[in-house]
Design a protein around this ligand. Structure first.
Ligand code: ZN
Length: 246
């Protein structure tokens, strides 16, 4: 008997799909009682390309039987990682900490980027996507949702206690001992891209007149073209970071 489940394939697995099904969730007819492996291969994706399958957010094996109505997320082979307990405190500072943040933490993501940290955040991130990015790119999950961190496959994460963005930034800086790794105003707060230095003349007309006259150093985001300078945002961030070190 035929029924349906919702499938979403990630990264290079999309190469095996027909164009209309790439990088989006789609409904796939399945034979009730058949395995998830059969359904994946029916969609055109060889099972050998698949490393991780989440059904309704839970990791399952190829033999998992679908009954219909499930949400199935399928991921390609990741760099293999040892599964270790959740990271709450590190004995030593992380050398190159990178983060992925849940949908509630957009403001914290922008703060952390201003402090120089690589942060992935989108307002439509699903839990599966956050977990997958964490595993694939060794990113620390920052979340207000304990459920994500309870998943067996999650390797590193932190439940953010504070609710206000400045306090959250201080919390994360403290927990992961980030002070020495901070590089303020080297990353775009919107795109997460690393900024390039530009000349004073290149900044002319793109920043307030009074700022342009007063400063010599300007940075530009290669993605969105925003220009950054050491102005009020910088001073405010510096105060927050200083408070984190106290
Ligand atoms: Zn940008």
């Amino acid at each position: 008997m035929q029924t349906c489940a919702e499938f979403r394939f990630y990264e290079e697995l999309n190469d095996f799909l027909e164009p209309a099904r790439r990088k989006r969730a789609f409904s796939l007819g399945i034979d009730r009682g058949r395995s998830v492996k059969d359904a994946i291969e029916a969609a055109g994706v060889p099972h050998t390309e698949v490393d991780l399958i989440l059904v309704n957010g839970e990791s399952v094996g190829f033999g998992h039987v679908l009954r219909g109505g499930e949400r199935v997320a399928v991921y390609p082979e990741f760099e293999r990682l040892d599964i270790s307990p959740l990271t709450h405190l590190r004995p030593a500072p992380l050398r190159n900490p990178r983060f992925v943040l849940d949908t509630h933490l957009g403001k914290l993501a922008r703060h952390l980027r201003l402090a120089g940290f690589d942060c992935l955040w989108q307002n439509d991130f699903g839990d599966e996507e956050i977990v997958a990015l964490s595993l694939a790119q060794k990113r620390i999950i920052l979340t207000r949702d304990k459920g994500i961190l309870k998943r067996g496959i999650v390797e590193r994460g932190h439940f953010v206690r504070q609710t206000q963005a400045d306090a959250q930034l201080r919390e994360v800086m403290r927990v992961f001992q980030l002070e020495s790794a901070s590089r303020p105003f080297t990353r775009c707060r919107v795109c997460n891209e690393t900024l390039n230095e530009i000349s004073k003349s290149a900044a002319a007309g793109r920043v307030p007149e009074r700022v342009w006259a007063a400063l010599e150093n300007f940075n530009e985001c290669p993605q969105c073209g925003r220009v950054y300078w050491r102005g009020t945002h910088y001073e405010r961030l510096r105060r927050v970071l200083q408070a984190a070190g106290e």
